[in-house]
Design a protein around this ligand. Structure first.
Ligand SMILES: Cc1cc2nc3c(=O)[nH]c(=O)nc-3n(C[C@H](O)[C@H](O)[C@H](O)COP(=O)(O)OP(=O)(O)OC[C@H]3O[C@@H](n4cnc5c(N)ncnc54)[C@H](O)[C@@H]3O)c2cc1C
Length: 378
């Protein structure tokens, strides 16, 4: 196993860091507090060509590699949570098309996503079906040449701003994991309403799209009928590790802010960083960051090297990375004292933003369940 970055990966990291620091940082606070996709931020991601990393080479991208996605997510999330979300949703939202689409479907939908002309969304979760996705209620029934969709989703990132939705629905109710199919639904299709937005503790653009007798052509079915859950799991298996990378980027920002603050905050005739209690906090942060990075890089490397299943390694990375980041950012607020609670302070925003990461794309409890299943099987 070789975790050393290739020269191409080192160059990618330097390039994204420069974009993040020079172009995104000046608008990061405003963008991160926006409950809708921030047009200026999306334009930077598109114009710089970053969105191409979410799409295969043959369809206007540069290819989807987990290590590249991790490098990009860490650098973006270090500066702006919204930049990270906008970036990765182009990949997550379109990956069922990449995995299961026909050449025609890929040629139609993927190039505009790589160019940022079309925003993608991944619509799986419902009000009564989160971790237990199989219990989803959204249904699609064949009516002549059309599929007719009825149902509602919840917590769908970028809903309301997106134009290309991959939507999971029951086509064979009662068939469990073999009864779900996935469709591409374009915004503006009659019977599709994506106007309802959600208001979360950190301004992550999310919505509750719904479908009432919404007709989509048969050509919008992705992959085999009844095998949509395989596309969902294939997508999450690829992207789960990258959530850890985003968490690491956020924790890295909190760690850097804590060192800076501790070195400059004067008290009792010395600096905050002179106290052993502070030094131990910083040491624990540094070790957790390193461990989280190594777990994420291992899972990414294994996936990119073609290992058939990285379920266990991706869950290790997601579980440890997101929980470590939550702890690191919690301690960063503590080091900042009252200043860490002030709106406008970087660690205050991170404290709100990091909370979602142990919940989305499989909660920590689901990761532990997955890991336990794998180790008991071994
Ligand atoms: C910011 C944000 C963005 C999101 N974006 C998207 C998106 O773009 N597309 C999408 O489809 N979804 C999205 N989601 C939804 C997300 O994937 C779900 O919130 C997540 O899967 C959990 O589902 P739930 O919220 O319904 O919680 P529930 O599944 O109801 O879980 C509630 C609690 O029960 C626990 N639990 C569940 N099962 C078990 C078990 N077997 N044993 C013990 N405890 C258990 C959970 O871990 C959790 O603590 C997003 C969520 C957030 C917060």
């Amino acid at each position: 196993m070789d975790f050393a970055f290739t020269p191409k990966q080192v160059a990618l990291q330097q390039w994204v860091r420069q974009i993040a620091e020079e172009k995104i940082a000046p608008i990061a606070e405003e963008a991160d507090e926006s409950p809708t996709v921030h047009a200026g931020l999306m334009a930077i991601l598109a114009n710089e060509g970053l969105l191409k990393y979410c799409v295969p080479e043959e369809y206007g991208g540069v290819g989807v590699r987990v290590m590249d996605l991790c490098i990009i997510r860490e650098e973006l999330a270090r500066v702006s949570c919204q930049a990270d979300t906008n970036f990765i949703m182009q990949g997550l939202g379109s990956y069922p098309i990449t995995l299961g689409g026909t050449d025609e479907q890929k040629a139609k939908y993927l190039p505009p996503i790589a160019r940022g002309e079309s925003i993608a969304a991944f619509a799986l979760t419902e009000p009564h079906a989160g971790s237990d996705v199989i219990s989803m209620k959204t249904e699609a029934k064949l009516d002549g040449d059309d599929w007719v969709l009825n149902g509602q989703k919840k917590f769908i990132s970028q809903a309301g701003d997106a134009s290309t939705y991959t939507v999971f629905a029951q086509t064979e109710p009662g068939q469990g994991s073999r009864g779900i199919s996935v469709f591409v639904v374009e915004a503006g299709t009659p019977g599709f309403d994506d106007s309802k937005r959600m208001d979360l503790m950190a301004a992550h653009p999310t919505g509750e799209p719904k479908w009432v007798d919404c007709h989509v052509p048969q050509a919008n079915l992705l992959g085999e009928r009844g095998r949509g859950l395989r596309l969902a799991m294939g997508t999450l298996d690829t992207f789960r590790t990258t959530v850890a990378a985003a968490a690491i980027g956020m924790a890295q920002a909190a760690y850097e802010a804590s060192i800076e603050y501790a070195k400059n905050r004067q008290m009792f005739g010395q600096n905050l960083s002179d106290f052993q209690a502070t030094q131990f906090k910083l040491a624990d942060m540094a070790v957790s960051l390193d461990a989280a990075r190594l777990l994420a890089q291992r899972a990414a490397w294994l996936k990119d090297s073609g290992q058939e299943s990285v379920i266990k390694e991706a869950s290790f990375a997601k579980l440890f990375g997101t929980e470590a980041a939550t702890r690191i950012i919690h301690e960063a607020v503590q080091i900042h004292g009252g200043a860490g609670l002030e709106r406008g302070n970087r660690v205050e925003r991170l404290y709100r933003e990091v909370r979602a990461l142990t919940i989305y794309e499989g909660t920590s409890e689901i990761q532990r369940e997955t890991i336990a299943r794998q180790i008991l099987k071994d």
